[in-house]
Design a protein around this ligand. Sequence first.
Ligand SMILES: C[S@@+](CC[C@H](N)C(=O)[O-])C[C@H]1O[C@@H](n2cnc3c(N)ncnc32)[C@H](O)[C@@H]1O
Length: 247
Amino acid sequence: MQGTTAQRWVKRWDRQQEYDIPDREERFRVVIDAVRAAVGTGPANVVDLGCGPGSLSARLAAALPQVHVVGVDADPLLLGLGAANTGPRVRLVQADLGYPSWPERTGLSGPWDAAVSSTALHWLDADTLATLYRTLAERLRPGGVFVNADHMAPGNSTVDHIALAVRAGRTARAGTHRHEGWAQWWQALGEDAELAPLLDGRPPAPIEHTENELTVVEHAELLRASGFAEAAPVWQFGDDHVLVAVR
Ligand SMILES: C[S@@+](CC[C@H](N)C(=O)[O-])C[C@H]1O[C@@H](n2cnc3c(N)ncnc32)[C@H](O)[C@@H]1O
């Protein structure tokens, strides 16, 4: 696969991800600002959980010149696209975050300065997520941070319903529902002959998953119960949050 092909597909991925997240680029900047505020501008190692084709990993490394990022994802095809689209301070490794031993399997035993994630951990069921949060608490250095950008289940209060309406209004104004969606992107990808070698290596269903239904409050409680000293959102758009937890 040519680098330009991978870049074209990652660009198309980024646009597809905006279908439901019109402020995805702003959300990335919030994550980067949070990491910078926590670790400073010196050398730091950061793990990107469920990195996909490395969109956040690449932006982090570009914004913070002393940072080394390891992106972890279970999908070899997305990692293959990302490998051609990320610079020398980004390494992408294949692992299923559902297995508690993923840090050893990938040589990432820590300590890490920060862990980040975007639009990925809602894929994990609540028990798997609790195990992952304990792993992060064990591997992050004291004072290290976990910064998670994701949509989290809305609660059932009147304010939660208003937040969803605010999100729907923003999305309609941004017009991102006219972008290509998730299913169309995967279908188009499957029809690109140049990607056949990557598609051939991909299991038919690489990740079985049951999404958790945790609200942002429940995520913060679970993080504190897992060993983090603090956990609270620093950014919100509807049910979409950037949640920061400090080890
Ligand atoms: C919607 S994509 C987001 C990718 C990327 N973070 C971004 O913002 O563009 C969700 C990603 O989570 C990954 N993922 C989901 N469950 C996983 C697991 N158990 N282990 C590793 N990766 C997982 C998927 O393979 C996919 O790349």
